[in-house]
Ligand binder design. Structure first.
Ligand code: KG4
Ligand code: ZN
Length: 363
């Protein structure tokens, strides 16, 4: 067994300021020594979405606090850290810059190596941190900022099979919640409503199922919900609680159906590859209906299903520290010229994605 590596990870690409310490010795299970997340939901609540300038300022203010807290919880000081890993993109540029500048300052002051990590790689490598998964595996990333299928071959090698051409599913949940007068973040609120709703009452579209491949679209579904709400209001002068619950359940089932069918296709297209698992990550993977639908697809395909615990599915810095460990082991460190990148596709060879979501440029 080689000497353990202890890495401090920083994350600030969207609306969570996070710092974490992860330790790993080859041949042993990694340990998350601390995982501090300072969420900004309250700061953005009044605006109905993430305001990039407010996010960037909050990251700048809170990074120091999160780092101090992460080191204290790990019972370590900066001297005990072997390297500093930081999200260098993709994301809201002000936040990414705040993290990269902070990490550069720490690296310059301590002489420790600096590692720039792709945020999506952090999510995609999480099943190796939580479950010791071997390559290659299929990953579905479903969050407020991202939606894509990736084959993960190595810490620095990914193939993108498809992704959203407009909104992410998390954005769609958030917008539907807003349309129906529910609080943000919309996903959990819609899921609670859906529990008492009839998912078969409204026939909502299943976008792009008529098209081959793994690309997805959620913007038409959102418009269909808006139209259904407006029809109900003009027919009856308003919506009952039951109408709202039924609409939430119908929408949630439509999203689950689309994600399940596209996952089926992604797995079928990889049937010749020795995949070890089908893994999911991102806040939307917290949704039970969606999680169970995806697990069923994995069962049908006779492949292991992995959904990391929620706190490691959503944005966090432990995943960045872990991706940093993986890159460090491959000799992939950076110098002080490391750039913050608002767009940074994991698979540079795949076609660029369309659109900028409220959470920044889509990768
Ligand atoms: O991964 P995440 O914390 O942040 C990024 O966007 O990167 O994901 C947040 C998104 C939000 O859009 C939120 O509404 C959605 O995940 N979400 C859910 C649920 N919990 C969170 N969507 C559906 N059902 C849920 N239970
Ligand atoms: Zn994320």
């Amino acid at each position: 067994m080689t000497a353990p590596l202890t890495i401090l990870g920083l994350e600030s690409s969207c609306d969570d300021t996070a710092a974490a310490v992860v330790r790993h010795a080859e041949g042993a299970a990694p340990g998350i020594l601390s995982n501090v997340v300072w969420g900004q939901t309250d700061l953005h609540a009044a605006f109905g979405g993430v305001v990039p300038e407010i996010a960037a300022r909050a990251h700048t203010e809170k990074l120091d606090y999160c780092i101090e807290q992460a080191l204290a919880e790990a019972h370590l000081s900066l001297r005990d850290i072997d390297a500093i890993a930081v999200t260098a993109g993709p994301g809201l540029i002000g936040g990414v810059l705040a993290g990269v500048m902070c990490a550069k300052g720490l690296a310059a002051a301590t002489g420790k190596p600096l590692i720039g990590v792709n945020h999506l790689a952090g999510h995609a490598l999480t099943p190796r941190l939580t479950d010791g998964l071997s390559f290659p595996y299929l990953m579905l990333l479903v969050s407020g900022g991202h939606c894509q299928f990736l084959t993960v071959h190595a810490p620095d090698r990914f193939t993108r099979l498809g992704g959203t051409i407009d909104d992410s599913p998390g954005e769609a949940f958030d917008k539907i919640a807003k349309l129906l007068g529910l609080p943000q973040p919309g996903g959990p609120a819609v899921e609670v409503q859906a529990k008492s709703g009839d998912s078969g009452r409204f026939a909502l579209p299943r976008p792009l199922l008529d098209r081959p491949g793994c690309d997805l679209s959620f913007s038409g579904l959102k418009t269909a919900v808006l139209r259904t709400r407006d029809d109900l209001v003009s027919e009856k002068g308003g919506m009952t609680k039951q109408d709202r619950a039924d609409l939430c359940a119908s929408f949630q089932t439509a999203v689950a159906d689309v994600l399940a069918e596209k996952s089926r296709r992604a797995l079928a297209s990889l049937s010749a590859e020795p995949l070890t698992a089908f893994a999911v990550a991102g806040g939307v993977a917290a949704n039970q209906t969606i999680r169970y639908a995806l697990r069923d697809v994995a069962d049908e395909a006779n492949i292991r299903f992995i959904a990391p615990p929620l706190e490691l599915c959503t944005d966090n810095a432990a995943m960045i520290a872990w991706a940093g460990i993986e890159r460090f082991r491959l000799g992939l460190t950076d110098d002080l010229t490391l750039a913050a990148r608002p767009r940074w596709p994991l698979d540079e060879a795949s076609a660029p994605m369309l659109g900028h979501g409220k959470r920044g440029a889509k990768a």
